[in-house]
Design a protein around this ligand. Structure first.
Ligand SMILES: [Fe+2]
Ligand SMILES: [Fe+2]
Length: 352
């Protein structure tokens, strides 16, 4: 009689866990929430000034994007920032709903008002200052779940220095009143003293390794050269098979983003968007209008202030049924999936 080697059943179980993952994931997706009505914000915003709308920690099948609404009171002191603000190893796109003021991002001031977008690049020091006499309110999408999943989510906040990982207390940032106002690093700085690249001329392995040593400096230079602010008045809607779309934040538009992209879709009353599905997750926030969406086989009725979390590879199509055009703020994880070579988009019905 054949005997199993030690640990056979355990190995078989772990292997079958991988084989069955995709089908199990379909079941998890089918039972995770999709629609977040505006009433959740109405109920929870007061008192917290922060409501998580889409997050894996509250049951959503989202692995890349976190989406929330946030508010802070007028005045610089209220946010308790002194000099640096904070930074995080996640990308963030902010859409201003209420209030006006400015943000300092990597040492540069950007003035904003309702309808504007800010793209905070990964690990850029930033702080927001509300100059209006009402709360500043914004919705923000970040790539926090992805960074946490791969074990590199670092949030450094000047108010909590005990949690800093890289920001030493004696850095130039600490001396400056402007977060990020330190010199842009020299792309050669990653090569330690005592190593002369010329000694390795002709070595392909050494060339690959020197690229690795200087990667961070080159990326930081690229990051500081990326676009940050998009004024709402500059949105330009153009026709696509999915309907009228204004691209906002995209690596193809000169923003330093590798994971997330943002656009705004507009659907005239009585019209529909196209239908499609794709191997990236998407969060929709209704900025104006009302209507419904068909996501896979279910219908979700929505209005201004509602949010939809569209699971990976589920067919979706939107229908505008209100009196004014529907406007949908769309955040996706498309660039991340393109970068890891796992992106498929299939077009169904075309927009009318
Ligand atoms: Fe932030
Ligand atoms: Fe989509």
């Amino acid at each position: 009689m054949e005997t199993k080697p030690p640990g056979y059943d355990e190995y078989l179980r772990m292997y079958m866990e991988m084989v069955s993952f995709a089908k199990e994931e379909l079941k998890r997706r089918a039972t995770s929430p999709v629609h977040v009505p505006r009433e959740k914000i109405d109920r929870e915003f007061a008192g917290h000034n922060w409501v998580l709308l889409v997050d894996p920690r509250i049951g959503f099948n989202s692995r890349i994007i976190r989406f929330w609404i946030n508010g802070f009171p007028p005045g610089e002191a209220e946010n308790k920032w002194q000099f640096m603000g904070h930074r995080h190893t996640v990308e963030a796109v902010i859409y201003v709903l209420k209030g006006y003021g400015y943000s300092i991002i990597d040492g540069v001031r950007y003035d904003w008002e309702p309808g504007d977008f800010l793209c905070v690049p990964v690990f850029a020091w930033h702080r927001h200052i509300n100059l209006s006499n009402e709360d500043m309110v914004y919705v923000a999408s970040t790539t926090g779940p992805l960074s946490m999943g791969i074990g590199v989510a670092i949030y450094e906040d000047e108010r909590f220095p005990e949690y800093w990982v890289f920001a030493q207390k004696d850095t130039n940032e600490k001396k400056s009143l402007i977060p990020g106002a330190v010199e842009i690093p020299d792309a050669q700085r990653g090569i330690p003293e005592g190593i002369d690249p010329k000694e390795y001329a002709g070595s392909t392995a050494a060339k690959i390794y020197f690229d690795q040593l200087t990667f961070a400096e080159r990326e930081e230079q690229a990051r500081r050269g990326g676009k940050v602010l998009v004024k709402g008045k500059d949105l330009k809607f153009e026709k696509t098979p999915m309907g009228w779309v204004a691209p906002v934040v995209d690596p193809k538009l000169g923003f330093y983003v590798k994971v997330m992209s943002t656009c705004v879709a507009e659907i005239e009353p009585g019209k529909r968007s196209g239908a499609h599905r794709h191997l990236y997750e998407e969060v929709n926030h209704i900025l104006a209008g009302e209507g419904y969406s068909i996501i896979e086989d279910k219908r979700y009725q929505w209005k201004k202030g509602d949010t939809l979390s569209i699971p990976v590879f589920s067919w979706h199509q939107h229908f505008s049924t209100g009196k004014e055009p529907a406007r949908i703020l769309v955040h996706t994880g498309r660039p991340a999936m393109e970068n890891i070579g796992l992106m498929i988009t299939q077009q169904g019905e075309v927009a009318d």
